[in-house]
Ligand binder design. Structure first.
Ligand SMILES: NC(=O)c1ccc[n+]([C@@H]2O[C@H](COP(=O)([O-])OP(=O)(O)OC[C@H]3O[C@@H](n4cnc5c(N)ncnc54)[C@H](O)[C@@H]3O)[C@@H](O)[C@H]2O)c1
Length: 462
């Protein structure tokens, strides 16, 4: 019985897709005593896992290595090993296409592979973020092609992954798990599984409720960031400091949760997930105006920041078309190495047409390609708080480790520094002191005392 195998930790756990979500999940289950078999189509990732080498910060190298040596984790690219697993958790990408429509082809492809090999007693759980009803309307019919019966022969549930990569305070260990199964037995089995893996579990009535839970969380974030981005623009007109106002509002012990303006939103979740909901809503003749409005505001931000750079250069008496602009931080948020949908890349693309030369520095990212142009991170080693930001490293690629750069004072020849991502590794006081013009899109210079200023600081939302 699968119940007993889960309870006794004899169940073998398959994890399909060993990325930001899948690899830490595999480590989590192995840590909790289960044998885990990871699947990935990238041979390089499979090989690294089997060597005990981590390429995702949230899966600690030493722990992965230990668990691989104990034979608690191994990886494969061979779907023929699906029948070995009692439980299969699917963590494949769910992007949007160029028209911002959901692309669930990874889910469909993976489900088809499982369906061909489905055996009695298996529990399948989708973790990838997707629109409501994917589990029941897209996955279930494919799995039923196997001839097996849901709730009797095999079990299917949705459980959203809620981790925030790089967040040290809230991890898989202390973030509750939401679960919704197709039948009550599906839900019970999924609840049993996550409880046995030491999670606080919340069960909901259906996979659709669990799917919507995840979309509500990320849409809520997207909408509130958009609100702050709009208010930041108002504050600039009114010459009021929004950052100070948000800090003051945050002192209210109830009814307020701080969100901050910035150069836009990025990563694999916030800019993408709301589109899954708005796309599905249209099928019901419903237009999700909050989602559309926040997408508009957030997607305008890189253009707004680029315009601010150009206008500030002109105001400072520098001809934009001859100016050298250095963008600090290109990842989508601080202290991670994830470039996906980063607004900094969009800003670089826009600035490339408007200023003389665009350069960048990021302690996590050595090279980038924006609109077919190749850039290499310039040396800023003497402007780092910690000269070796390896302690902040998160790699999405194997060779992504931040390099130590040669010592040259690049700031001397720079007309404007744009702080696009506020990595903790930067010494902002020193940067401000040695730069003629700083555009701060993240309030990174908040602790720089007025007397220290070299040139001027232009801050978003002030
Ligand atoms: N990154 C996050 O912060 C985060 C947080 C919560 C939820 N999610 C959701 O989790 C899902 C996965 O996101 P991610 O960030 O881990 O993506 P990722 O790109 O980091 O990892 C996905 C992995 O799946 C592999 N893969 C793709 N197709 C496959 C297939 N057919 N078979 C086996 N492996 C395959 C890829 O090679 C890759 O290693 C998405 O739906 C995402 O929205 C992501």
């Amino acid at each position: 019985m699968i119940e007993d195998r889960i309870k006794n930790r004899q169940a073998k756990i398959g994890v399909i897709g060993l990325g930001y979500v899948g690899l830490p999940l595999a480590v989590h289950f192995a840590r909790n005593g289960y044998e885990v078999l990871g699947f990935d189509i990238k041979r390089e990732r499979v090989n690294l896992v089997n060597q005990g080498k981590s390429y995702i910060r949230d899966a600690k190298q030493s722990e992965l290595n230990r668990l691989v040596k104990l034979k608690k984790i191994s990886a494969t690219g061979d779907y023929n090993r699906v029948p070995e697993c009692d439980v299969i958790q699917i963590c494949v990408p769910t992007p949007v296409n160029i028209n911002k429509e959901p692309d669930v082809s990874y889910i469909v492809g993976t489900t088809e592979e499982i369906s061909k090999r489905l055996r009695k007693g298996q529990l399948i759980i989708l973790k990838s973020t997707t629109f409501p009803k994917t589990t029941e309307s897209v996955m279930l019919p494919i799995l039923e092609r196997s001839g097996l019966h849901i709730g009797k022969d095999f079990f299917l549930a949705f459980s959203p992954e809620r981790i925030d990569p790089g967040n040290k305070e809230f991890t898989l260990e202390n973030t509750p798990t939401v679960v919704g199964g197709v039948t009550s037995r599906c839900t019970k089995l999924a609840v049993l599984l996550y409880k046995n893996a030491d999670s606080n579990v919340i069960s909901v009535r259906s996979p659709a409720v669990a799917e919507l839970t995840k979309l509500i969380e990320n849409t809520f974030r997207n909408v509130n960031i958009a609100l702050m981005n709009e208010l930041a623009q108002l504050c600039e007109r009114m010459h009021i400091n929004i950052w100070e106002a948000i800090d003051a509002a945050s002192t209210k012990p109830f009814g307020f949760m701080p969100f901050y303006p910035g150069p836009g939103v990025g990563g694999h979740c916030i800019p993408i997930d709301p589109y899954y909901l708005s796309w599905k809503a249209r099928e019901y003749d419903f237009h999700t105006s909050f989602i559309e409005l926040s997408a508009k505001v957030n997607e305008d931000m890189p253009y707004y920041i680029a315009k601010k750079v150009v206008e500030s250069l002109s105001k400072a008496g520098v001809c934009p078309s001859k100016a050298r602009v250095l963008v600090l931080g290109v990842t989508f948020k601080k202290d991670v190495s994830d470039l996906r949908d980063s607004p900094a890349l969009k800003i670089i693309e826009i600035l490339e047409e408007k200023v003389g030369k665009v350069l960048y520095n990021d302690p996590y990212i050595e090279n980038i390609v924006v609109h077919n142009l190749h850039y290499t991170s310039v040396s800023l080693v003497s402007y780092m708080v910690d000269e070796s930001p390896r302690s902040h490293q998160v790699s999405s690629r194997v060779d992504e480790s931040p390099r130590s750069h040669q010592k040259t004072d690049v700031l001397r020849n720079i007309d404007c520094v744009l702080i696009a991502t506020d990595h903790s590794a930067y010494d902002y006081k020193k940067i401000v002191k040695n730069t003629k013009l700083v555009i701060d899109a993240r309030n990174a210079t908040k602790s720089v005392p007025d007397g220290l200023k070299g040139g001027s600081i232009v801050k978003l939302g002030c």
